[in-house]
Design a protein around this ligand. Structure first.
Ligand code: PMP
Length: 367
């Protein structure tokens, strides 16, 4: 008898109810082993099966080509901000990487990469993170080791609806907040990574999908747990992995498979986010979304209440009223740098979000 809440948190985000039930059912005694996954050796046969199932489901859902390794690492998305340059920036002698900086997360990633090599932001600097600069304004650096972008900027609600053209340069994408929300042609990427706690489970594990020829170029200072070659050679078991988080991921992947796979998720996410954008668009500017229509995220919808820059009193009323109606985690992040806006409300409509499970209830409550 769970309290009837509608949870809009970006991550850790809502998990499908059926996944929670199954985890509950198996918590004390996994598969007749007499112990919990929480207590199980990462080298046991039961856990080996969980790892293999998780990887196979991911490979199936995204049609990952055979020349890509799938790794399950710790350190979250932020760990991967460092792991990417530590493993890839040394691929070319110049140690130079191109970054598209369209929001907090790509900005954080670029700052981390600056510790290990030269970083070029390939487009004119943005005053506000509300758009994706037109590709005609990008100037990629010849000979850069890779081109990095964040496919969905979780704080700012900016999402790429196209794959950047890099003219042969290695493309790296942070897909933490839109992973598995639509089909992706993995072969266009050198590397994709995603923290699990938004779309594929709970915190503790990040998925890395990396093309084999990019493995083995780590800088000597790369910590061993972040070294793709070491982890790939050891099937992500060089050290103890986040066993329970990987187990939860396997349950979520199964749920995605049973709910139409990534095509199914794409349909659902469009439907969920359109419900919110429709309300914003028809609100006669009572609600406003600062993001360019062309790159509005299907995963997270930042908006202001009351007027364009937001009326803080009304926004507080909105959040209080929403909370009384059981709608939680709607408070968005505060903008901190290069922005005139100070904060906003945000609906995160992550893959298994409640908007999907009870659309009319949400619509009635929001309106
Ligand atoms: N990238 C994106 C797009 C994110 O949304 C986040 C987390 N909000 C991160 C990276 C950082 O992830 P973590 O907290 O797992 O380090």
């Amino acid at each position: 008898d769970k309290k009837q809440t509608i949870h809009f948190g970006a991550g850790p985000a809502k998990l499908p109810q059926s996944v929670l039930f199954q985890a509950q059912k198996e918590l004390l005694d996994y598969n007749g082993s007499g112990i919990s996954v929480l207590e199980m050796s990462h080298r046991s046969s039961d856990f080996t099966k969980i790892m293999n199932t998780t990887e196979n489901l991911l490979r199936e859902l995204l049609s990952i080509p055979d020349n890509y390794k799938v790794l399950f690492l710790q350190g979250g998305g932020t760990g991967q901000f460092s792991a990417v340059p530590l493993n890839l920036i040394g691929i070319k002698e110049d140690r130079c990487a191109d970054y598209l900086v369209t929001g907090t997360w790509s900005s954080n990633a670029a700052k981390e990469a600056e510790k290990y090599g030269k970083v070029n932001v390939v487009h004119p600097k943005l005053d506000t993170y509300t758009k994706i600069p037109d590709p005609s304004s990008w100037s990629l650096t010849p000979g850069s080791s890779y081109v990095y972008y964040c496919c969905n900027e979780t704080v700012h609600g900016v999402e790429y609806n196209f794959t950047p053209e890099t003219h042969g340069a290695v493309l790296v994408s942070d897909m933490s907040s839109n992973f598995l929300s639509r089909p992706v042609d993995v072969s266009k990427f050198g590397l994709i990574f995603a923290g699990a706690q938004k779309n594929v489970g709970c915190a503790g594990v990040a998925v890395v999908i990396v093309r084999e020829d990019l493995i083995g170029h780590a800088l000597t200072e790369c910590p061993i747990v972040l070294n793709y070659q070491v982890q790939a050679q050891n099937n992500s078991l060089y050290n103890t992995p986040a066993c329970f988080s990987i187990y939860i991921m396997s349950l979520v992947l199964e749920w995605i498979k049973n709910n139409g796979g990534v095509d199914g998720m794409e349909t659902l996410n469009k439907k969920k986010s359109s419900m919110i954008y429709d309300i914003i668009n028809s609100s006669n500017h009572f609600y406003t979304c600062p993001v360019d229509v062309a790159c509005r995220s299907r995963m997270n919808v930042p908006f202001r209440v009351g007027k364009k820059q937001g009326d803080e009193t009304l926004e507080k009323d909105f959040l209080d009223g929403a909370s009384k109606l059981g709608m939680i985690s709607l408070k968005g992040h505060r903008y901190t740098h290069t922005h005139t806006q100070s904060g906003f409300v945000a609906c995160y409509v992550t893959i298994s979000g409640d908007v999907l499970e009870n659309p009319s209830a949400v619509r009635n409550r929001i309106c």
